[in-house]
Design a protein. Structure first.
Length: 610
């Protein structure tokens, strides 16, 4: 949450900062701001709303500078106002941007007020600006002031700081929030993620927890948590500019929905290239870590949690191992019974979701060190804290609503289920071959589902005026019902709930009337006849049904029952194919309602706060 970019260069950094903030806007879009060193002065432009509004103001001010920092905010402490927007300035000299939460900000605020500092915002961040300023006033460099200040902070932060008394330096610090340095020719950068600087450089250093850094035009110096100089590895990012741009699409969500055959194909290719369902898929240590696994505990949030719920069916069916799935923010606060032979699987698109990270740390603290992360962002915090890693190959996902990350997570989890099954002798070679073949055909089946878009779009007009919707599914399609409901509420603001279809008569049936559209995911699997009975229960109460079936489910349209058929039933991988129409339904409903599809209100793409 919140995006940071900073630059020191031999050219005007203002366009670099603005472009970087536009690419980071997915991390928060309540307000945006930049501060630059222009001549002898720190000049700042902040605006509530989108980066484009701030950009227009910066252009009007004619800012031109060689050193500057920028920020896009997702509000935590203090409302969405210009005075709470970053950068924050201390004494007109030092400007700072911050991502994270400073837990001891109140105590520090009192202390700094007693020292004569005046606060102009309600943020926890302003404390840090004044605290660094205070240490600077004791003598020493901007870097040493930053290093002294961060030792007095509790909480999570990524920081970038400039000071007019030190016009050749940009300093940065990281604890609990991602921050990287970008290495250019005669210019260097700091950013929350590589997308912000990729048009300038691909050479990056990922700061470690507790690191601070000093950037000049000529180079960067990194220091560890004890302030000792340290050499960190330089990575060359393979993020492509095309993956960060809309191309012919209207929204990133639309683009990402349509990228799924490619994203799934690339992820499957990684499995095939590694020789199929082999422990090596999950890392060098995997054979020994997975060998004696007795049970699986999945931890995740939001859509990633629903991927975990789907995986439970696969893991129990294919590997014969008990599998529990918990919402990370619940798991981390309950007393769990640690089992060193339990595999802890975290699922996260971003790899930086705070609750998932904390749940992982908590599991490890219970003596559970068999940890596997399924993640889409290499070098992010959660995979780095895990012994085993499977990187999905979805490519950058920018729309706040997760789509291709979800379906590629499902592919990874399916591979895990089969691999565990194989290691436990539950699957013979023939069955393993069939399952690999099924994966190989998946991109094609997903493409067929995408071809249903005009039919799904036609349904959206029925949903757009509604206040509520129900999504029903059974078995592996129950989590897809949950995901369909989450997608719809997230981007169209229609209240939607997902239910196991069999649970309907235990409560939610009371909601059903002619105004309640009910979406049913009803492929031709073992539960089809049961789902059909559930549909009758809804129809008898006047509810209008929107059924996603497949070519093999014997369904016919009738009064109040609309049916869209995905192509032939794809067996065990059917939930992946059925994720596509529910994504498209949410997208087209949101379009019809005119909401901001890629940046829905109050949300952000990566949730690095509790
Ligand atoms: C999905 O559309 C959401 N925006 C959200 O639920 C997301 O899946 C959740 O915040 C978890 O994020 P992660 O996968 O990056 O950990």
């Amino acid at each position: 949450m919140c995006g940071i970019v900073g630059a020191i260069a031999n050219r005007d950094v203002v366009p670099l900062l603005v472009e970087g903030l536009k690419r980071l806007e997915y991390r928060g879009y309540d307000s945006a701001g930049i501060a630059v060193l222009s001549g002898e002065a720190v000049r700042r432009v902040r605006r509530t709303g989108r980066v484009a509004e701030m950009e227009a103001a910066a252009l009007a001010e004619g800012l031109d500078a060689r050193l500057g920092i920028g920020h896009t905010r997702w509000a935590t402490h203090g409302g969405v106002t210009e005075s709470n927007a970053h950068p924050h300035i201390s004494h007109g000299e030092l400007a700072l941007v911050h991502n994270g939460i400073i837990e001891n900000h109140e105590a520090q605020r009192q202390r700094l007020e007693a020292l004569g500092y005046e606060f102009t915002s309600q943020t926890d961040t302003e404390v840090v600006a004044h605290l660094i300023h205070h240490h600077r006033a004791q003598g020493g460099s901007l870097l040493s002031a930053l290093q002294a200040a961060v030792k007095e902070l509790h909480g999570a932060y990524a920081l970038a700081v400039i000071d007019k008394r030190d016009p050749t330096t940009l300093v940065a610090a990281r604890m609990g929030c991602p921050l990287l340095l970008g290495l250019g020719e005669g210019e260097n950068f700091v950013a929350s993620d590589v997308s912000a600087i990729v048009s300038a450089t691909r050479r990056v250093i990922f700061l470690e927890e507790g690191d601070t850094a000093e950037l000049t035009i000529d180079g960067v110096h990194v220091f560890d948590a004890d302030d000792a100089p340290v050499a960190r590895e330089v990575h060359v990012s393979d993020v492509s500019l095309a993956s960060l741009e809309l191309g012919p699409y209207r929204h990133f969500m639309q683009k990402e929905i349509h990228e799924q055959p490619r994203a799934i194909g690339d992820t499957v290719e990684g499995i095939v290239d590694a020789g199929g369902f082999d422990a090596g898929l999950f890392g060098k240590e995997a054979a020994s870590v997975l060998a004696d696994v007795e049970s699986v505990q999945i931890l995740a949030c939001g859509t990633s949690y629903y991927a975990g719920l789907t995986a439970r069916y696969w893991i129990e069916a294919l590997a014969g191992i008990p599998c529990a799935v918990d919402i990370a923010s619940e798991y981390r606060y309950r007393k769990v019974v640690g089992n060193p032979k339990q595999l802890i699987v975290t699922i996260s698109q971003s790899g930086e979701t705070l609750d998932t990270m904390e749940a992982l740390k908590y599991a490890k603290a219970q003596g559970q060190d068999k940890t596997l992360s399924i993640c889409n962002v290499p070098e992010s915090a959660i995979p780095r804290a895990s012994r085993l890693v499977f990187l999905t190959r979805a490519g950058a996902e920018i729309g706040v609503a997760s789509t291709k990350a979800f379906t590629t997570q499902l592919v990874a989890l399916f591979a895990l289920a089969v691999t565990l099954g194989k290691l436990r002798g539950q699957l013979d070679e023939a069955r393993e071959g069939e399952l690999l073949e099924a994966l190989r055909h998946l991109p094609g089946s997903v493409q067929h589902a995408l071809n249903l878009e005009p039919q799904v779009a036609a349904w959206a007009s029925s949903f757009a005026p509604r206040q509520h919707a129900l999504f029903l599914g059974r078995g592996t399609h129950y989590p897809i019902a949950l995901e369909g409901a989450l997608k719809l509420k997230e981007i169209s603001y229609i209240h939607a709930e997902g239910y196991p279809a069999g649970e309907l008569k235990h409560g939610p049936l009371a909601l059903v009337d002619t105004q309640m559209p009910v979406v049913v995911i009803a492929p031709n699997d073992a539960l089809l006849e049961k789902v059909k009975s559930n549909i009758q229960e809804v129809r008898a109460r006047g509810g209008e049904m929107f059924v996603f079936a497949d070519a093999d489910s014997s369904f016919s349209e009738s009064e109040g029952v609309h049916v869209i058929r995905t192509p032939r039933h794809v067996g065990i991988l059917s939930p992946i194919v059925h994720a596509i129409p529910v994504q498209m339904l949410a997208y087209h409903t949101a379009l019809a309602r005119g909401t901001d599809v890629d940046k829905p209100r109050n949300l952000a793409k990566s949730v690095t706060v509790e």
